[in-house]
Ligand binder design. Structure first.
Ligand code: PHE
Length: 358
């Protein structure tokens, strides 16, 4: 009996020393393997007298079971250790902050355009978009600027292929062609609605909802310096009805500028000027009463009462319809709002500059 206990203790001790599953299997062989201690003891049974065989055999079996139980226990313990190590090695800290993605944002001029659209929308203006490649008709002729008119030369621009000799295609030099495009569309709808016959017959003199629209977008001219870029933005405004006057222009534009610059004491000046498509015409200057630009007159838009010839080209009877138009520069408004002094910064695409507006 004692001898068997010694074998059991020695098995337990060597299992305990096994640090890995492989060590443990080697240790197992010493006791339970082909020539292990237990196997040798079993072999010894053959030499015993019959009366001792049974009890000795049972005792050895008990010892064997004890060793197997110790082996399984150790196997389980080693597997647990291994599992814990693996869990630790592969641990995820779900509380760590994720890797951030770079965040984009709107270009400062886009921010201005959104702001302009929101302010005019609040005054009941629709927003229209039009083509950047225009025909000579919409860009000049329909706007009361015939081919030999001197005002064309200061707008001379990029002509593109397509079109014909008497109707060339060009990059629009201003957003004013949208006055014609939008109004013609509007009048066409009114004619259809009132059964007044197709456009091209008599000018429309029926009643219709007013035309009240802004048209922001890119425009092009042969110009390049700190305050001029060959591509720049404009935003056209047009309000035509039966009784729309210069007074309305003053009210609308003053309200717009004060809202845009968040400055109630901003002062506006309408300075007489000339545009072929408006009569009378005015440049609009603004003056801040405080801040770094205080006291200076800053030009922000051209404007005027829509010329009767332009009203006609819209398909409207000028004896009945009248209104105003303006064209402003969102790039310049952006420079004034943020205190930027070089227009080219907006179009260089330098992230260090652009990210300051987010
Ligand atoms: N289109 C003119 C320009 O580009 C601005 C303008 C628009 C003037 C509408 C009067 C009315 O300079």
């Amino acid at each position: 009996m004692n001898e068997l206990n010694v074998v059991i203790d020695s098995a337990k001790a060597s299992f305990a020393r096994a640090a890995t599953p492989a060590d443990l299997e080697n240790a197992k062989a010493l006791f339970l393997g082909k020539s292990g201690s237990i196997t040798e003891l079993m072999k010894g049974l053959a030499a015993l007298p019959v009366d001792q065989k049974k009890s000795r055999g049972a005792a050895i079996n008990l010892a064997k079971q004890a060793i197997e139980a110790a082996l399984n226990q150790r196997r389980q313990a080693l597997a647990d250790v291994e599992l814990q190590a693996q869990l630790q090695a592969e641990a995820l800290d779900v509380t760590l902050p994720g890797r951030q993605r770079g965040q984009g944002g709107l270009h400062p001029v886009s921010l201005t355009l959104e702001r302009i659209e929101a302010i005019f929308a609040s005054m009941g203006f629709a927003v229209a978009q039009g083509p950047e490649i225009e025909t000579d008709w919409f860009n000049f002729t329909a706007l009361n600027t015939p081919e030999d008119h001197p005002a064309r030369s200061m707008h001379d621009t990029f002509y593109v292929e397509g079109g014909s000799a008497d109707a060339p295609h060009l990059l629009r030099t201003h957003t004013s062609p949208m006055q014609i495009r939008y109004a013609v569309q509007h009048v066409k709808q009114q004619r259809a609605a009132s059964g007044a016959g197709p456009v091209g017959e008599a000018l429309f003199a029926g009643t219709m909802p007013e035309i009240r629209v802004i048209a922001p977008g890119r425009t092009y001219r042969v110009d390049s310096d700190a305050t001029h870029s060959p591509m720049f933005h404009q935003c056209e405004g047009l309000w035509v009805g039966e009784n729309i006057s210069f007074k309305d222009l003053k009210f609308v534009f003053t309200d717009f500028c004060r809202t845009f610059f968040e400055s109630d004491d901003l002062v506006l000046r309408f300075r007489p000027s000339f545009f072929p498509f408006t009569e009378p015409s005015a440049e609009i200057d603004i003056q801040f009463q405080s801040g770094p630009l205080a006291g200076r007159w800053l030009e922000v838009a051209g404007s005027g009462q829509v010329h009767p010839n332009v009203i006609r080209n819209m398909g409207l009877e000028p004896e009945k319809y009248i209104g105003f138009a303006f064209g402003m520069g969102p790039d310049r408004l952006t420079m004034l709002r943020y205190g930027v002094n070089d227009l080219r910064l907006f179009f260089d695409g330098d992230i260090r500059f652009l990210s300051q507006f987010q």
